[in-house]
Design a protein around this ligand. Structure first.
Ligand code: B1M
Length: 210
């Protein structure tokens, strides 16, 4: 079993100590952050997802895996986020109201910061008013919304509807497992990104630096 598979399995087992140790070892073996993220950390969560869905495991196990995954993200973060990168612009990001999922959002943040953006994280369960207030306060070029539940897609739509009425307004970038380009077009957001790496690419396109 290679080191990325070991990371994946340690995420599945929810063993944060091992995930840290293996992630460090993977870096020493020359694996890049993106590969450790995709094949190791996300690989583990992709195994957890169907098991959770099929009631083979329950919330405590999922949270244990989530914590293990965060421990791995802490190890690879310095590889992604280089402190001497000049800030390109500000992005405010949050998970919409009613939704408590933040693992994917936090990955998106890591990639955005790694790409040179200043990111203001509003956290989870963010009501529309809080997004609006953050726009007034931080004047971001981009507003990022994440949703992981089909039930909170409706909330995302409501929030986007309000943001579209602001003048001037930031570009709106949306993402999350149930979100699609079709949904993005339907609700009038400016862009959809399927994963953390493309979120950073698309953010660059939105501010015209690519
Ligand atoms: Co929840 N949950 N969960 N969960 N959970 C899902 C999403 C689910 C698909 C599991 C399932 O049934 N198969 C299902 C949703 C079904 C649906 O809506 N159709 C589900 C459910 C039902 C629930 C609860 C309702 C369960 C319950 O209580 N009965 C409950 C809801 C709580 C709430 O939010 N109100 C719940 C709770 C939880 C936990 C708290 C236990 C935990 C969250 C912990 C945390 O986030 N801190 C949890 C988890 C971990 C999951 C699964 C297993 C994994 C999600 C994850 O982190 N994936 C998930 C199953 C699955 O997705 N396979 C599931 C890894 C992550 C890297 O991927 O978040 O997709 P993802 O992010 C990607 C992209 O989507 C994209 O980039 C990321 C990186 O590549 N992306 C963006 C994300 N945001 C973006 C924003 C962007 C751009 C790209 O621009 C701004």
């Amino acid at each position: 079993m290679n080191i990325l598979e070991q990371i994946r399995d340690a995420v599945v087992e929810g063993n944060a100590g091992q995930v840290k140790e293996f992630a460090q070892k993977a870096i020493e073996e020359g694996f890049g952050a993106a590969q450790i993220l995709d094949e190791g950390l996300i690989g583990g969560m992709n195994i957890i997802g169907p098991r959770f869905k099929n009631n083979e495991i329950f919330i405590p196990e999922v949270l244990k895996s989530a914590r293990a995954m965060h421990a791995g993200m802490d190890v690879i973060k310095p590889l992604i986020v280089s402190s001497d990168i000049q800030e390109k612009g500000t992005i405010v990001i949050g998970t919409v109201a009613g939704d408590l999922h933040d693992i994917g959002k936090n990955m998106v943040i890591m990639m955005l910061e790694g790409s040179g953006f200043k990111v203001i994280d509003l956290g989870i369960n963010v009501p529309t008013e809080k997004f609006v207030k953050a726009i007034e306060e931080h004047q971001p070029q981009i507003m990022g919304l994440s949703a992981l539940l089909t039930t909170t897609m409706k909330q995302m739509k409501n929030t986007v509807e309000t943001l579209l009425t602001l003048e001037p307004r930031p570009k709106i970038l949306i993402g999350g497992a149930p979100i699609t380009q079709k949904f993005c077009d339907e609700i009038g957001a400016d862009a959809y990104a399927a994963d953390a790496a493309s979120a950073a690419e698309i953010a660059n396109m939105l501010i015209g630096s690519n």
